[in-house]
Write a protein that binds this ligand. Sequence first.
Ligand code: DGJ
Length: 566
Amino acid sequence: MLMKKNIEKLLSPLIGILIAASTGSVCAAEPLPTIEENNGRYALMVDNAPYLILGAQTNNSANYPAALPDVWPVVEQMQANTLVIPVAWEQVEPEEGEFDFSFVDTLIDQAREKQVRLVLLWFATWKNNAPHYAPSWVKLDNQRFPRVKTEDGKTLNSLSPHYRSTLEADKKAFVQLMQHLEEVDEQRTVIMVQVQNEVGTYGSARDFSDRAEKIFRQPVPEELLSDVDKASGSWREVFGDDADEFFHAWHIGRYVDEIAEAGKAEYPLPMYVNVALRNPFNPGEPGQYSSGGGTDNVIHIWKSAAPHIDMISPDIYFRDHKTATRVMDLYARDDNPLYIAEIGNDQPYVRYFFDAIGHGALGFAPFGMDDTKYSNYPLGAETMDEKVIKPFADLYKVFGSMGSEWAEIALNNRTWGFSEPVDTYKQDGELWNAKGSDGGQKAEKDPEDYTQRQDLGDWTAEITYGRPAFWIEPPKGNDPASGGAVIAELGEDEYLVVGYHARVNFSPSEALEGEQYLFERVEEGHFEDGEWVFERVWNGDQTDWGLNFIYRPHVLKVKLATYKTD
Ligand code: DGJ
């Protein structure tokens, strides 16, 4: 399978040349990036091969040539294969109808030099709910581009989704951007586009302007009713207390979809939206979080409203394990590939890479990965330095060398990801356990807190954290919590395992209960051109106590077996 993909990949430029020669055209463009689905599992295809985004997202305002020299060194040190960076409406259309793509061109040239791919973030009608990145001719003209009004008549700094004038203006600029990419990017350096940034509105569940009220009183559109399986009626009748928020989500979704559709008509790259999340355990009211964005309670509304948006992607700034992993469970759906559009860049977040790719994520993009001397602490790290970069680099190094193979495995096989479940923090020189987002804490260490078990079918995997490599000593957690592991099923009794600061062990599940078992063979190796390259066999101390991943991740192919004693 891997072999076949690679042959296709090697042959595709050749086929392109042959077609060009036979048709007399001079087309040598690489195939377009696409998203491939296999029964609710997904892969991003780049150059016809599965691609794992090992991303680095810049801070905001890094979207000028002058900032780029402070961006690339971090991308390089991190060993990221993809830079995720804004392109702002205000910079491409500073005067209405006059377009300037010089930043995009500079960015693409430099990315090619560095052999890094790009994901562009279209900052326009919405950037964290506001039109900050819209040009002045938009954001200063509230008559032509009206803002959301609250129920008590206040005007918020969030553009209303109910005006064609705003939609047409944004769409026109976005179409120009996509046309420009189509013209300059036959190499497909840009692989994906985020349409808007954290859409929605803070401070109100929806727009309550006269125009919005009129639309709100109309019946719920048929296509939405049939997608969510509801009988017709007004928004209030159909959705009750959720009506205001669902109405806003639907209209923002339709607005964004129309822009994406028009952009794709010019140049059909994969497109997604990112989400300012609500806390899944303690959501609060719409408006306290960004109402109308693709929060977990309205993913179904967005799916109906925005068929040209390939995925709804979380921005994870919950530091604790319980919430961060819950978010991944909510956004990895059969109808929604998981892509971690943003995640904090501080140490605790690094280990969630394992959960993400265990969920089959298309990629992972820590935010603020540049040296522009800015920090979004306490969301992310306080400073940008080697300490922040190295843990990401440790993981990206390993997955960089097998990104395509991993992405293909994840498209076709069952995968599971784990990260150290106890969140620790230091107080008065002592390590404390923070219990999820519940805020509780305890100093006592229960080994079960540092143990995860996963039923894989015939086998159960056990992942433990913070125990010596030798001996059966109970796990007591790493200081700080940093461990993780990912397991992929390769075949019967055969798994690919990559771990970091963790021990992974296997035992028979119910079906094999009572059987004698062992590691038949544990190979350490790597992938080259889609093929597994054997390096050595792990045995003796390396397997007697389980598979200990200590200072750096290792890539292991594990064959388990049972044996008869009589
Ligand atoms: C999420 C947004 O999408 C980012 O652009 C940025 O504003 C971060 N929040 C905070 O640094």
